[in-house]
Design a protein. Structure first.
Length: 159
């Protein structure tokens, strides 16, 4: 058994990849099914996921994928700065805010289901709240996101 090669069983490979990236057993097993055949019973998914996780080839594959991911992180971290300034972090938050805002507006325009829009709205509102806390603690003068407050009002009005 060579853990560096994908598993022969496609569902087991999909499951191993999901677990290696941090998904729970039930979430990883649920993802192995196409959207129209998804099982919604969390307990059943957890039981089957736990059984699949006990297979020796699946265990080995998960460990291999995690090691590979760790190597990639270590390699990439060599090119990252050793420390980020407050400005770097705030600017990154602002970029994320803009992307989330565009995702929300695009989803709304595309007629995404209200429940999914609500999830995105909650994520964006929480992000904007974290950004506000970070902005209030920052001592340096950073150009604020001029649309953030207006968008926060609009998105909360949507609720």
């Amino acid at each position: 058994m060579d853990a560096s090669k994908p598993l022969k069983n496609a569902r087991h490979e999909s499951f191993a990849t999901g677990v290696a990236r941090g998904a729970s057993y039930h979430a990883a097993w649920a993802e192995t099914f196409s959207a129209d055949k998804r099982i919604s019973k969390k307990n059943a998914l957890s039981v089957v996921g736990s059984r699949v996780a006990k297979h020796e080839d699946v265990k080995a594959r998960i460990q291999h994928l995690r090691r590979e991911a760790q190597k990639a992180v270590e390699t990439a971290s060599g090119s990252l700065p050793s420390a980020y300034t407050e400005n770097d972090i705030v600017l990154l938050y602002m970029e994320i805010s803009n992307v989330l805002q565009k995702c929300f507006e695009f989803s709304k325009a595309q007629g995404v289901a209200p429940a999914k829009l609500e999830k995105l709205r909650v994520i964006l509102a929480a992000h904007l709240a974290r950004q506000g806390k970070l902005d209030s603690r920052t001592t340096n003068v950073i150009e604020p996101n001029p649309q953030a407050e207006e968008f926060a009002i609009r998105i909360n009005a949507y609720a």
